[in-house]
Design a protein around this ligand. Structure first.
Ligand code: PLP
Length: 387
């Protein structure tokens, strides 16, 4: 994000919702759309060959970032489609005559919850809710018991998009493998921020979203472990070995590939700097705003996540007042605008005051120290004026 672009704009602190596209990513996409615009399935000429080569290169970058093989990757329109494909596709292909049981964390993204509920409504699956504590941490003993009781699919998000908790995916994958349970991990918030080892961690299906790692919107991937078969959601043309028909979104794929290549090189350093700014912001806010509570698991959360509650002050009152100066949110992008408290905060059992006063702040690699200080000033002055 250039400084020009930021001029006279609210300070962007909503990186969980979406990240700005890295200019280097946008440049690759622009070149792909203009100079090398071919269809990757056109096998009869140079334009098609060039597009296919670009896709083949991108798949290597994605696979390399997450420790998977390039053969395991299916391109999709984003994490929502990847999750739908994994859940519907797995249940359709792998159920016998008994009703399949799907275990999920109550803090999963709506893409997982609503997909499972759609199956449950059609009486095609039963949903089992796993237990979390008041910080949203998973109860591993309970998870193991549920796996041992016999389930068709386990869904655990790698990091939550509201409170930012990072879940112990390696450990959970081992449990899933021990009980031979297929395991879907929604890694949208984690890919490019925290190292992932798909091959080692016992994950069966991994969902990726381009726009959470400084890549474009409308592109993502589903990574599928060897030996697992899914029923496709989309038919026509037989692209991607029939798993997801439709002309490949070559510029999007190239953008996702480039974003992954850059994250592999820059992730560790960037995330360290982001965590420093987040910690600084947290300290300053605690100092400036009496009664402020930090939600979620502060021992294991995304570097850029700061989820706070200011009990007694509704988040809507704060957001309305800072709207022209700060881009922060009351919750997940898909749920904001809806007046009910988020399902994530309800799962934690927070008090109604804590839920009503909840604010999600998301810091990213383009956030400056100056913006952090400015945001703290704006927030504390606003809260002081309301009180
Ligand atoms: N899962 C999580 C944890 C998310 O944060 C998001 C994005 O909002 C999604 C899934 C959906 O991703 P997409 O926008 O690529 O469909």
């Amino acid at each position: 994000m250039s400084t020009d672009h930021k001029k006279n704009q609210p300070i962007y602190l909503d990186y969980h919702s979406t990240t700005p596209v890295d200019f280097r990513v946008a440049k690759q996409m622009f070149d792909q759309m203009t100079a090398a615009f071919g269809n990757a399935s056109s096998v009869d000429h140079k334009y098609g060959d060039e597009a296919k080569t670009a896709v083949d290169q991108s798949v290597l970058y994605v696979a390399d970032l997450i420790g998977a093989s390039s053969k395991q990757i299916i391109w999709t329109s984003g994490a929502t489609e990847s999750i739908n494909l994994a859940i519907f596709g797995h249940i359709a292909r792998n159920s016998d005559r008994t009703l399949p049981r799907i275990a999920i964390l109550p803090v999963e993204h709506k893409a997982v919850i609503d997909t499972c509920e759609a199956l449950a409504k059609q009486k095609l699956a039963e949903i089992i809710q796993l237990q979390v504590d008041s910080k949203g941490r998973v109860e591993l003993e309970n998870l193991e018991k549920v796996c041992a009781s016999g389930i068709s699919l386990l869904c655990v998000v790698a990091a939550n998009n509201e409170i930012g908790n990072i879940y112990p995916i390696g450990e959970i994958g081992k449990i899933a493998q021990r009980y031979e349970v297929a395991f879907l991990c929604d890694a949208s918030q984690v890919v490019g921020k925290v190292p992932i080892d798909f091959a080692e961690w016992g994950i069966t299906y991994l969902a990726i979203s381009g726009h959470k790692l400084y890549g474009p919107k409308g592109v993502g991937a589903l990574v599928v472990r060897k030996g697992y078969r899914l029923k496709p959601l989309i038919y026509g043309g037989g692209h991607q070995k029939g798993m997801r028909s439709g002309t490949l979104n070559v510029p999007g794929i190239v953008g996702l590939g480039e974003a992954c290549r850059l994250r592999k090189l820059e992730m560790v350093e960037d995330e360290r700097a982001i965590a420093t700014k987040r910690d600084q912001m947290q300290e300053l806010l605690i100092e400036a705003i009496p009664g402020l509570v930090v939600n979620g698991d502060t021992q294991s959360r995304l570097a850029g996540n700061l989820h706070i509650s200011i009990p007694g002050i509704p988040n809507s009152a704060i957001i309305a007042r800072v709207h022209s100066k700060l881009a922060i949110s009351s919750g997940a992008a898909c749920s904001s605008g809806v007046e009910v408290p988020s399902h994530v905060l309800r799962a934690l059992g927070l008090s109604s005051e804590q839920m009503e006063g909840a604010l999600r702040i998301g810091i990213g690699k383009f956030t400056t120290e100056e913006e952090v200080c400015q945001a703290v000033k704006i927030l504390s002055e606003t809260i002081f004026s309301i009180r």
